[in-house]
Design a protein around this ligand. Structure first.
Ligand SMILES: [Zn+2]
Length: 185
């Protein structure tokens, strides 16, 4: 849980919640990696990657990585085909010049810098095989566009609502709270 929460944080959370719902729509069931069947699947995926990081192959405390990022830029769905285990160090991507994050395959080649090409190729193939095995939905251009439009609208609406809430509080504070009660004790 974040300590400092901005309207953008609330809006981003709403977008992730939407991407979770769409992922579950394609999966046909809920996918909570913290409990029950979702947790079972997550542990199974970790095992398939040898309980090691999908990018650097170090055995470590593993975190969930969404290959197609779980945000307004890549619109990755929360779906077993889109998650792999990674170590803490690999769970941070560099950014492109336009400030967006690099894609998972660029990130993989950066993590593997200096390693033999066949090692990079093997890890790349393993991740692709994972996406296919778990049938990550192959969305067409219209579907991707629809997700993008809805996510953008959701983001802007939630951000605007958060900002409106502060404006409303300021108004109420002036109209009622300050007026009747005199100087604060
Ligand atoms: Zn790693």
């Amino acid at each position: 849980m974040a300590i400092y929460n901005t309207p953008s944080d609330a809006a981003n959370t709403a977008v992730r919640s939407f991407l979770t719902s769409v992922g579950e729509h394609y999966l046909g069931r809920s996918f909570n990696t913290g409990t029950g069947y979702g947790k079972f699947l997550w542990l199974k995926i970790c095992e398939e990657f040898g309980n090691a990081c999908a990018y650097c192959e170090q055995p470590a405390l593993l975190q969930i990585e969404h290959l197609l990022m779980f945000n307004r830029t890549e619109y990755g769905l929360h779906h077993p085909g889109n998650i792999v285990p990674v170590c803490k160090a690999c769970n941070k991507r560099s950014r492109n010049e336009d400030k967006t994050y690099v894609s998972w395959n660029v990130h993989l080649s950066q993590v593997c810098a200096g390693q033999a090409p066949e090692i990079v190729e093997r890890r790349h193939a393993k991740i692709l095989e994972h996406m296919q095995r778990y049938e990550y939905p192959n969305l067409n251009e219209q579907e991707r566009h629809a997700i993008r439009v809805i996510a953008e609208a959701l983001y802007e609406n939630i951000k605007a609502e958060s900002e409106k809430s502060l404006a409303m509080y300021r108004k109420l504070d002036q109209a009622f709270v300050r007026k009747g009660s005199g100087p604060a004790a």
